[in-house]
Every structure is written in C-alpha cells, then in structure tokens.
Design a protein around this ligand. Sequence first.
Ligand SMILES: C[S@@+](CC[C@H](N)C(=O)[O-])C[C@H]1O[C@@H](n2cnc3c(N)ncnc32)[C@H](O)[C@@H]1O
Length: 185
Amino acid sequence: MFPRRTIVLIHCTYGRYLVEGCPDVTEIVCAEPNVFMLPQLRAAAARCEAQRTAAGGKALRIVVHHGTAEQWLATEAASGAFDACVIFLVLCSVGDPQNLVALLHDRALRPGGRLIFHEHVAPTSAIHRAVFAAMQPLWGLFGDGCQLSRNTASNVRTAAPWASFTMLWQLGGPIPHAAAEAVKA
Ligand SMILES: C[S@@+](CC[C@H](N)C(=O)[O-])C[C@H]1O[C@@H](n2cnc3c(N)ncnc32)[C@H](O)[C@@H]1O
C-alpha cells in the first residue's frame, strides 16, 4: 500500500489500481511529454478522481503535467516530500533513465520514500539480445523511442545512494520484465 502522496510516471489508465488498492493516496502527479497521450491520460485521471469520490473515500487530486518528468522535477512542485514514485513502463523510453532516477531521488522523494518500478528489460541470453538488437530500429521508430535492451534494475540501483534496493520479481518470456523497490535513506 502507498501512503499519503505518490508521484506516478505511469500512464494514468493504470492509476486506477492505485485508486482502488491504495485508499490513503490523496495526490498523484503524472508527467507525460507526448501530446497524443494527453487526452487519454486526462480522461483516465478524471475517471480515477470520480471513482474515489463515488466510493466515498478521501479526496484525490491527480495533476497531469504536460512535459517530461525531468521538466516537472525542475519546478517548485517537486517538493522533496513525496512518499512514493511509481514507474510503469517509462524508463524504457526516457532519454537518460539514470539521470531521471537520480532527480526523483534528490528532488521528489522524502527520506524513507520509495521508488517502485515495473519495466521490460534486457534479456539474459545472447541470442535473445541479438534478436532484440535487430528489432530495435523499427521498434524504436514505432514505439516512441522505446529501448528493448536496458539494464533497468542495475541502472536504478546505481543511480542514487539508496538505503535499500529489493528485486520484487523478474519475468522471462519473449519480452522479459523486472520490478524492484528502492528506499531513500
Ligand atoms: C512505452 S510508453 C508506456 C506508456 C504507459 N506507461 C503505458 O504503460 O501504457 C512510454 C511512455 O513514457 C513517456 N515518456 C518518455 N520520456 C519521458 C519522460 N522524460 N518523462 C515522462 N514520461 C516520458 C512516453 O511519452 C510514453 O508515454
């Protein structure tokens, strides 16, 4: 469960899981640079807020920032007081994931705050990696710059001086995924 405030970089369509499963969350920030994603994101944010109201729970405010997370982190709103940062399928697409994670650590999370991610990651087998390398040009072109072979877990672990870093799960298959939690000291 997430506590009081959460910054999410996930697509807010998935934000409903935070709304349903985390009744104490009262503020969510979504940063999205792609203008074509914004209408869907804003509609999902409004649905999440309405769902909370209808359920009679704590008021929920979802702020949709049009721009990169890095741009949002440069504003005063990134108060260093957020309890959690949830990243779902975004670090594959940002220009410099380690820089973004370091900024989230330094500028958004409070001490003891948690960064949690679920991302698709580089495969372990050499053949699989070669297939991904061949697919990458077209994949990136049609996937808004998405990178298939990032070592996201180690990128996050080494991006900041975390108090702890815990792998939550690693899934194989055609597109391997990993999830982990890092806690700020
Ligand atoms: C692979 S898509 C996934 C979208 C969404 N998380 C989902 O699961 O449907 C990657 C998303 O990351 C966004 N993105 C890329 N760079 C970003 C950045 N610097 N800050 C915030 N979002 C970014 C893209 O615009 C895109 O919406």
